[in-house]
Design a protein around this ligand. Structure first.
Ligand code: XMP
Length: 317
């Protein structure tokens, strides 16, 4: 019978057998899948697992520091790389969503390849691929697909020539979470909402600038913290804040303002393929809106997205 504990036991044994004294390099994203894959590999091969966590400057507020810290706490052999500026430079002037994704994918590959080269004699690339990623291209937009779409641009980066080890490729998402629980991984990591690889770049409509990222991080932190405080975070499948490229008139004290708007998005879903907008309580929305407008400089209007998928998508880009 399949149980999370039996899976953990057999998988660790198989990984030990398969990998021996080989080194593995793995990119951590802060998400559930890569975290569980890393901890399994860590149990099997310890310090021979070299994890890489890239700060692309497009993560949520304080996320890089918090996540890096909790990975270190778990004893993972991890290297954090501050590549913010490289991503911002690559995004400068880009407004088309797919060009933004491509630029982010390209820089990620460059940064990851440099980091992987620093691991002497590495033989394997570890990945958090799960079963749905294998059977269909659910992750058409996922990191591995981003990587694939770059296969024929200037040849294969060296890390993609490595053998691939994917300990979760027979599991569904809820099974991954249960395996994570059996491994004792922090519930805060296991319960995280899905977050797109290109991060806040696709939640800033139009050109991405560090200033807009900062404003969006502040607004989003208020939103997410309020969802947690109200006890609704775990009931929502995914939530996020979108920076809109429109300015509108407002008043602040005696002054007329002319600033940007943010949209709040919260959806219920099973797999992200279809989604319904969440009927969040009006009182909660009112509190979040007030807090954002009163505390985030540059935002004077908050709207709530009441579109379901299809025909709308979860992300706005
Ligand atoms: P959409 O917007 O297509 O999103 O309804 C469905 C799910 O996919 C996530 N998403 C992405 N994930 N890279 C990713 O890794 C991407 O480019 C990307 N675009 C969308 C989205 O957050 C949602 O969970």
């Amino acid at each position: 019978d399949w149980t999370p504990d039996s899976f953990v036991e057999t998988t660790i044994a198989q990984l030990k057998e398969k990998l021996g004294d080989d080194k593995v390099v793995l990119g951590l994203s802060g998400g559930v899948d890569s975290s569980v894959a890393a901890v399994l590999l860590h149990h099997a091969i310890g310090k021979n697992l070299h994890c890489i966590f890239v700060d692309n400057g497009l993560l949520r507020k304080d996320e890089y520091e918090l996540v890096l810290d909790s990975y270190k706490h778990m004893g993972l052999n991890i290297k954090g790389i501050d590549a913010k500026q490289r991503f911002y430079d690559a995004l400068a002037g880009l407004t088309d969503p797919e060009l933004k994704r491509k630029a982010i994918g390209r820089v990620f590959i460059e940064v990851f390849d440099d980091a992987a080269h620093e691991v002497q004699d590495v033989k394997w690339l570890g990945q958090g691929t799960i079963y749905p990623d294998v059977i269909e291209s659910v992750s058409v937009k996922g990191p591995s697909a981003t990587i694939k779409s770059h296969h024929n641009v200037g040849g294969l980066p060296d890390f993609m020539k490595l053998k691939v080890v994917e300990p979760l490729n027979t599991l569904f998402k809820d099974e991954v979470r249960n395996v994570g629980k059996a491994l004792g991984i922090d519930p805060n990591i296991l319960g995280r909402h899905p977050f797109p690889g290109p991060g806040l770049a696709i939640r800033i409509l139009g050109e991405v600038t560090p200033e807009k990222v900062h404003i969006l991080q502040e607004a989003d932190a208020i939103y997410i913290n309020n969802l947690k405080a109200a006890g609704v975070y775990d009931k929502v499948w995914q939530a996020g804040t979108i920076f809109l490229p429109v300015q509108s008139v407002g008043v602040m004290g005696d002054e007329r303002t002319y600033e940007n708007a943010v949209a709040l998005r919260a959806v219920e879903s099973v797999d992200g393929m279809t989604a319904d907008w969440c009927h969040l309580p009006y009182e909660l929305l009112a509190k979040i809106s007030n807090e954002i407008i009163n505390n985030v400089k540059g935002i004077n209007r908050v709207v709530y997205d009441i579109s379901s998928k299809p025909p709308a998508t979860i992300e706005w880009e």
